[in-house]
Design a protein around this ligand. Structure first.
Ligand code: ADP
Ligand code: MG
Length: 699
């Protein structure tokens, strides 16, 4: 665009548009801005009085476009003509004026860019996660192709390249069927100008924008259309920059706990919690207006009289604020009761948060089950606490957290801290994550979320977290969303944004509770192991299961590379034919227990594998043999291999485990766990975990 266009002032052209309306910036105005920012746009001139003289200095062929307040999709309105000479402009303009239904404020004449690959580059502001950059294959096909990549701003150059690489049509950029490759560096530069540090996304006055198309050729890029979209000009709601998280230790390890709301006549949730707490042995007091004891626990008449650092409130929603006002001096109050924002009562929730602030207490919830921490004698599940461990969980659903605790412990997980947040009126998942990431006892964190209200802060916390994080998001499909909205009182943002959040932060995004537990189990078992390899070896009995294993890993995004060239020779002595990866070896009740470890040992000498996945068909042990001992012997041998090879991670898959008598599975798991080996019942579950472990290693 030449000076004629760039110097056009916005006001001059606002005659037809409503002044001050951010949405009404015309294409040439947006392009002037882009040009200033360093985005290549075509040279052009603006013509308002049908005097096309100034267009003579432009190089033909020319493009004629009309602009006006109601002209949004110009081609649809017949307001774009390509391939003109300057002599043809006046007639083309008259014809355009006759056919375009909307009022025309003027014409933009610009040089026609040479043909190339048409891309779309846009910036949207997600209500939870803020500015998100989109890049895709586009032009007129953008919507039909839906081939786009998303990243939260600011993006890095590496992000920009990864975005382009992830497009299904990425090959078009590299030169497809004889066409020369486009200038990918120029595309990357444009993406950085739009979404990189200090990029256009930070110019809040620009709101949302879309460059469609950007034409990429071997000699560069040019944005031939630019649109400014109405949107929240200031981006996501401004939040104060997060300081260090508060000291959250008393949440997990309170010195003494008060329970408000237990009844002497009709047992309720409060009484249930008194029971849970009596079982853990934490010093306990009940708060009751009249009784001196509730369910055998001494009672005081007011929270103000309880010398505790954690109080659980289970009274009706309307009375919660009043109770919290008496919490003066209690560092943490958990409001278990529901009936706030999630039930269409945002006023009650604000009042509650206000009461907590006034009392100088931090608020967990409302509408949340609370905290589970074996070493802190904290719990919200029956049956006592399990072993103290190193896995933390933050959950927006109390019910799901209870399931993950119980099922996870059954499968060998041991928790450091579990916290449910409910409506997060004060303490948020982001603050908890930042605290847990610094916690000495925690080595991996699972997150179950439905509502990313503090999305930007959560993203910042994820970027900062220096430990494995496993993310399960409920309601990412349209159908789940309704359930989630009625559940926690917020909307879940698009699945693709969560994928971007996970991709950029290195968190493992999983799609089921089983995988949440499975991936956490992997990090619990292998977390501290430093591996140098980058490839995965699968070893197990021959047959369809081995073939399907390759597919399961492929689906999880893990390539199983062929065995090293010298593998056949190395394995010949062991009587194993090194046909491929998955490697088929005799494993069963008649086989030698030590064979698999010997094979692993021989192969890791040739190549430093990152992960070795050993699988067995449990059913074979009990159909052709009659005792569990051969299976235990095999497991012990694999465990010994892990002990001998600390630089690789061994994972065990016990397929068809239900064919073993009760208890066998537990014993296999126990033997494996002692050596730091996670055990999965299906190849699919193992593949997801190994893939997540590999991505974390790479990040
Ligand atoms: P619309 O408002 O319909 O999106 P555009 O400005 O994008 O209008 O123009 C429509 C199409 O015309 C573009 O997708 C592009 O293929 C082509 N085009 C527009 N301007 C130019 C230009 N300066 N050089 C080359 N092609 C152009
Ligand atoms: Mg366009």
């Amino acid at each position: 665009m030449n000076e004629d266009t760039a110097s056009v002032s916005a006001d001059e052209h606002r005659d037809a548009a409503s002044p001050g309306d951010a949405a009404s910036a015309y294409e040439h105005e947006v392009k002037a801005l882009l040009r200033e920012a360093g985005v290549p746009v075509p040279r052009g001139v603006v013509v308002r009085d049908l005097d096309f003289g100034p267009a003579a200095e432009l190089a033909e062929p020319l493009v004629l476009k009309a602009f006006g307040p109601g002209l949004v999709h110009k081609s649809d309105a017949g307001a774009v003509v390509l391939g003109l000479t300057s002599g043809e402009l006046p007639a083309a303009a008259s014809a355009m004026a006759a056919r375009v239904p909307a009022p025309i404020a003027g014409f933009l004449v610009e040089e026609q860019a040479e043909a190339g690959v048409e891309l779309i580059v846009g910036l949207v502001r997600d209500p939870a996660f803020g500015p998100v950059l989109l890049a895709g294959l586009g032009g007129v096909w953008a919507e039909a192709l839906r081939d786009t990549a998303l990243r939260l701003c600011p993006i890095s150059e590496q992000d920009a390249r990864a975005m382009l690489g992830s497009l299904r049509g990425a090959a078009l950029l590299d030169g497809h069927r004889g066409s020369p490759p486009v200038d990918v560096d120029a595309v990357v530069k444009l993406l950085m100008t739009a979404g990189g540090p200090g990029g256009l996304w930070e110019r809040l006055d620009l709101g949302e924008f879309e460059l469609n198309p950007v034409v990429a050729t071997p000699s560069g890029v040019v944005a031939v259309d630019a649109r400014h979209l109405p949107g929240p000009a200031a981006g996501p709601p401004a939040r104060p920059a997060a300081g260090p998280p508060g000291d959250l230790l008393p949440l997990f390890e309170p010195k003494a706990v008060a329970v408000v709301g237990a009844s002497t006549t009709r047992p309720n949730f409060g009484n249930m919690f008194l029971g849970f707490y009596r079982a853990t042995g934490v010093p306990l007091v009940a708060v009751h207006p009249t009784a001196s004891e509730v369910s055998g626990v001494p009672a005081v008449p007011s929270l103000a009289r309880a010398d505790v650092d954690y109080a659980l409130v289970a009274v009706p929603a309307e009375r919660c604020a009043e109770v919290v006002r008496q919490a003066d001096g209690v560092p943490f109050v958990q409001v278990m009761s529901g009936g706030f924002g999630e039930a269409g009562q945002p006023g009650l929730e604000r009042e509650l948060a206000e009461a907590a602030r006034a009392a100088g207490t931090r608020l967990l919830g409302p509408n949340c089950m609370g905290v589970y921490c074996p070493r802190g004698r904290q719990t919200f599940v029956g049956g006592g606490t399990g072993p103290a461990g190193s896995v933390a969980l933050i959950s927006q659903s109390g019910g799901l957290a209870g399931e993950v605790i119980k099922v996870g412990e059954r499968r060998g997980l041991a928790f450091s801290r579990v916290v449910t947040v409910g409506n997060s009126a004060d303490v948020t998942p982001a603050e908890l994550l930042r605290w847990l990431a610094r916690d000495e006892e925690t080595r991996a964190v699972g997150l179950y979320l439905e509502d990313p209200r503090d999305g930007r802060e959560l993203y910042a916390a994820l970027l900062e977290a220096d430990l494995p994080v496993v993310l399960l998001v409920g309601g990412r499909s349209g159908q789940g969303q309704q359930a989630a909205a009625s559940h926690t009182g917020g909307l879940v943002s698009d699945r693709r944004i969560w994928e971007a959040v996970a991709g950029q932060s290195g968190a493992a995004l999983v799609t089921s509770q089983d995988d949440l537990i499975g991936v956490l189990s992997f990090f619990q078992a292998h977390g501290s192991r430093v591996t140098t390899g980058d490839q995965v070896l699968v070893v197990g009995p021959s047959g369809g299961a081995s073939v399907l294993a390759a597919d399961a890993f492929d689906l999880a995004g893990v390539r199983l590379d062929p065995l090293p060239d010298d593998a056949p020779e190395a394995l010949r002595g062991l009587g194993v034919v090194a046909a491929g990866n998955p490697l088929e070896v005799p494993v069963g009740p008649m086989g030698r227990a030590g064979l698999v470890p010997e094979v692993i040992d021989a192969l890791v000498r040739l190549r430093p594998y990152r992960d070795v996945v050993a699988h067995v068909n449990v059913q074979a042990f009990f159909t052709y043999g009659d005792a569990a001992e051969p299976l235990y012997a095999y497991t012990r041998a694999v465990a010994a291999a892990q002990d001998a090879l600390p630089g690789i991670r061994i994972t065990l898959v016990t397929r068809n485990g239900e064919c073993a008598p009760a208890g066998v599975d537990d014993e296999v798991r126990r033997i494996a766990a002692a050596a730091g080996i996670p055990v999965y019942r299906s190849m699919e579950a193992a593949a997801v975990a190994v893939a997540a472990g590999g991505r974390y290693g790479a990040a």
